[in-house]
Design a protein around this ligand. Sequence first.
Ligand code: NDP
Length: 250
Amino acid sequence: MLENKVVLITGASSGIGAAAAYVFAREGASVVLAARREERIAALAAELNDKGFKASAVVCDVTRAEDARRAVAHATERFGRLDGAFNNAGIGGDQAPLHEMGDEVYDTIMDINVRGLWNCLRAEIGAMLATGGGAVVNNSSVGGLVAIPTAAPYVASKHAVVGFTRAAADEYARQGIRVNAVAPGLTRSEITTDWFARNPGIEDAINEATPQGRTAAPEEIAEAAAWLLSDRSSYVTGTVLPVDGGYVNR
Ligand code: NDP
């Protein structure tokens, strides 16, 4: 499905991004793993290469435009071009009633989830225009479609991810670039392990509110992203695909 494609994954050091590295590589992609924790992405790239896949790691803090440009340049230097990007880096941030939150929560979430995407999109689209097109998948959240209690800045940031997805899809459709988003429901990762530990009972409550009655494995989100990055979704652009066990449908 992703044979001969070069795909950049941000936030590849854990959770959904690390799962995507395996899923995309198995589909035939050369994967470029970007995140801040160098040891993690270097180890994951080595593991993939040992198994006969093609992978390379590049340290990247998405809040820094020069890092995003460097990650894209790394992909084109190492593998010749950039065909796809999974803009997955993001944080959940602290939760509290909106009126009790400090500026710091807002600044951190917006910087990583929104400015980070803005930095990556600009660099990726520039590289894709140079080679005649590509596909981008942004990782939003069910919080990009509906409210999540006590998570106002996160919800706002993930709605912004949807906004960037729509704007970029519209702007570059005639230049061969498709831009879509996935909107995961609760997915087992470091974000959620930490969150479950701090909020006893929350996992059961979310399972109860989810028609399929369970959380997602990171690979289930990566599979949806793989399809959106592949030529099999060639007439799909500007969409947000919930991958949520039916959560937003209820
Ligand atoms: P993880 O905490 O496991 O992964 C988050 C990833 O983002 C890490 O690889 C981290 O790498 C990276 N990251 C964070 N900040 C930066 C930064 N400034 N620059 C570069 N990379 C960064 O959580 P998930 O896998 O769950 O999260 C991945 C995405 O999925 C996020 O955007 C999240 O909002 C979204 N999502 C997750 C859901 C869930 O239930 N898990 C539900 C809906 C959406 P490092 O620290 O090494 O930089």
